[in-house]
Design a protein around this ligand. Structure first.
Ligand code: COI
Length: 365
């Protein structure tokens, strides 16, 4: 039976003027709405106490298992305001299904899809004033962050018998700042891998992101924005960026992305692009891509463009690849980002209700 949510506390943390100031220039991940959703789970009662309360800190026992063994998962989604004022989200069933897969991998309980979807409706309904008006073409949205963690105070290593699910929301502009299409520079991380065979790479769990940070720091030290991770066994094949998937567009019309080997996150934007690419006359391929192929194809002038994608970053062109001892500057090769820009606007037009949603991807919240 579906959970009943109770609004236990109403809050008004920001004045209208303060909220408008944030919405005019939200950045990414810095500001949070007035409320949060919370649902508790324990091994005896299952899911219970579904509530909507004021946004605020959790009271967490220092022995809470998540703080020690990182039993945690999350999702990233967005709520978009359409021109008529209605608020929509993109393919939430795909996020609900991935959240359930992540839960299984991390030995957490599965939250039923209807409760996951209702939790999104609850936060967006109470905090709807925080969904930016994107009518001026600003492409701002309300980023939704559902997450679940082991809240049981217990230091033995076993799946927690007490778990907390929550949703917070954060008004969002471009992940990398600017207009969102500024090309990023990538660093090939060879010292660090993000995930290994049989590990948690396909789950959206905090540990994967933590393990990507040392590679990212290495990238930043080489004046790059993000690191590209290779497979951990052979250090040969391209996997992902840690928080984004990668696509390679060849001049002959192929659009290639690393196949899902169990160590890569199955991005909702990634799978949507694989579908949209066909409408644009491109031939999508999912396969293993040796890092050498990137370098060779760049040298032979076969690559038209490369881009990264994800819910937060949408579609972001890759301007340069650097590694220990070399680099490829795609700007110098004359990449124009025409396909990345086209795919980005096709996706955004569907999400903001400016184009017909022929695949039934949008859900009204
Ligand atoms: C997202 O794209 O929603 C993510 O969860 C990745 C993170 C870089 C924000």
């Amino acid at each position: 039976m579906a959970l009943e949510f109770t609004v236990t506390e109403r809050a008004d943390r920001a004045s209208d003027a303060q909220r408008q100031e944030v919405l005019a220039n939200p950045g990414f991940g810095d500001h949070f709405t007035d409320h949060m959703v919370r649902i508790e789970w324990d091994a005896e009662k299952g899911w219970h106490d579904a509530s909507v309360a004021a946004y605020g800190p959790f009271q967490l026992d220092p022995a809470a298992a998540v703080l020690h063994y990182a039993q945690e998962i999350f999702e990233g989604m967005k709520a978009y305001r359409h021109a008529d004022g209605s608020v929509w989200t993109f393919r939430p069933e795909a996020n609900a299904a991935r959240f359930a897969r992540s839960a299984t991998r991390m030995a957490l309980p599965q939250l039923p899809e209807e409760d996951f979807l209702q939790s999104l409706r609850e936060i967006v309904s109470i905090d709807q004033a925080w969904v930016p008006d994107a009518s001026g073409g600003a492409e701002t949205s309300l980023y939704l962050r559902p997450f679940m963690f082991a809240s049981e105070a217990f230091l033995g290593v076993r799946p927690a018998r007490k778990v907390t699910y929550s949703v917070i929301a954060s008004p969002a502009g471009a992940y990398f700042g600017g207009d969102g299409i500024k090309p990023v520079k990538l660093w090939i991380s060879t010292d660090y891998a993000r995930a290994g065979e049989g590990g948690t790479g396909a789950a959206k769990c905090g540990g994967n992101y933590a393990s990507s940070l040392a590679g990212q720091l290495e990238g930043i030290a080489h004046d790059c924005d993000q690191a590209v991770f290779l497979d951990s066994s052979t250090h040969t094949y391209i996997e992902e960026l840690g928080g984004m998937n990668l696509f390679f567009v060849y001049k002959d019309g192929r659009i290639v992305t690393p196949e899902l080997t169990g160590t890569i996150l199955e991005g909702v934007t990634r799978s949507s692009i694989l579908e949209l690419a066909k409408d644009l006359g491109l031939s999508p391929e999912e396969r293993r891509i040796p890092i050498q192929e990137w370098k060779d194809a760049a040298e032979n002038g076969e690559l038209a463009e490369i881009f990264a994608c994800g819910t937060a970053a949408v579609v972001t062109p890759v301007g340069e690849l650097r590694w220990d001892g070399g680099s490829v500057d795609h700007r110098r090769e004359g990449h124009t980002d025409e396909i990345a820009t086209k795919i980005r606007s096709t996706l955004l037009d569907i999400q903001y209700g400016r184009a017909e949603d022929t695949r039934g991807w949008m859900t009204r919240l």
